[in-house]
Design a protein around this ligand. Sequence first.
Ligand SMILES: *Cc1c(COP(=O)(O)O)cnc(C)c1O
Length: 414
Amino acid sequence: MKRRDAIRNLSIIPVAGAALGCGLPLESMLAAPSSTVVSAAPKRDFFKELGVTPKINAGGTMTFLSGSLMMPEVLDAINATCHDFANMYELQDKAGAKIAEMLKCEAAMVTSGAAGALVLGTAAAITGTDRKKIEQLPNLPGPQKEVIIQKTHRYVFDQSVRNTGVKLVEVNDAAHMEESINENTVMALYFNAAESWGAPPDKIKHEEFIAIAKRHNIPTFIDAAADVPPVENLFKYQNMGFDLVTFSGGKMIRGPQSAGLLFGRKDLIEAAKLNASPNECPIGRPMKVNKEEIFGMYAALKLYLEKDHAKEWQERLDRITTIGKQLEKIPTLKYETIVSPGPANALPGMKVTWDQSKVKITSREVVKALNDGTPSIITGGGRGNTLNIGVVLLRPDQVNVVAKRIKEILEKAV
Ligand SMILES: *Cc1c(COP(=O)(O)O)cnc(C)c1O
């Protein structure tokens, strides 16, 4: 660890020590001589103060577990900017312009997560820049507005779209989509990861979906919230011709959990901004992002685009080997690396199995023991004789902790 990094990371060390229950002296947690440590005064432990258990995340980017951890550079950006006021209209415009340049699209904005982006993008498609409609939403006079969606793409987050008062019109195939579009249709929504979530193959593929909507002059919106890596996906869908795209900021881009990206057509982003905070009366006012999310999201995206993705991928595979080597000492235990095909959460993880007549514990029991233990470890779950371990959200110092805890639990069952 470089000196700068050591100092920067000081703020997380006491929490780390507490989380691991390891009582390691500060210096041994840092691969730097103690002379480089500026201040070793004990930090206030907010987890302890509130009696909240810190969790090790050996699962994935789950909102209930606070998403992902912000990269140190993101915290730096927040710390460096939080001592001054900013005009939020100006900041959203200028950050948006920069983000659009980075994503090679017309326009962009920072939203309160991908779910917030779904609300604002739909609102934009309904109201345009009409101030009256913006004030009235979701109770517009006249017939209910409609959004086209493939039947197999219905999912929990379409609630964010319905939030604007629209009716979702489910379509089965291309012909059905053609005939379902009418004068009340305001948008067509594509859930990119429907197949990742277990839906049958898309009846209407991206290109055809866009072509039909374009013929009828209906804007298209794709939800790709969890769909990096690969980094190329941040460019793919605007290039295909989607008018609006959203990604979560707090998943693998590792920005603030309360941030997301909405980008695409300039007129729609302008309309989305009018439907958002800091304006006082639009539907998006309760989905406020402040300058911390905006600067943080900008810093996270920049870092994500510039980082060495091949190296990061290799580090993840190495973590699996590190944990696997330790677990292999358990009789009958086998592990393999599984890479989910995506587009959502296309990341490497571990599948661990053992002969449950020799090591007498079920995977569910291991999951529970890991959660209930100290430190508390959340895994990707267990079913049958398989235990799923996620490695991508572990801090480097947690890789061996996870291996050790799983090994301890299994050894007791031999
Ligand atoms: C996570 C997720 C969302 C919500 O994203 P937030 O950034 O947490 O608001 C929406 N859609 C899909 C497909 C997701 O995976």
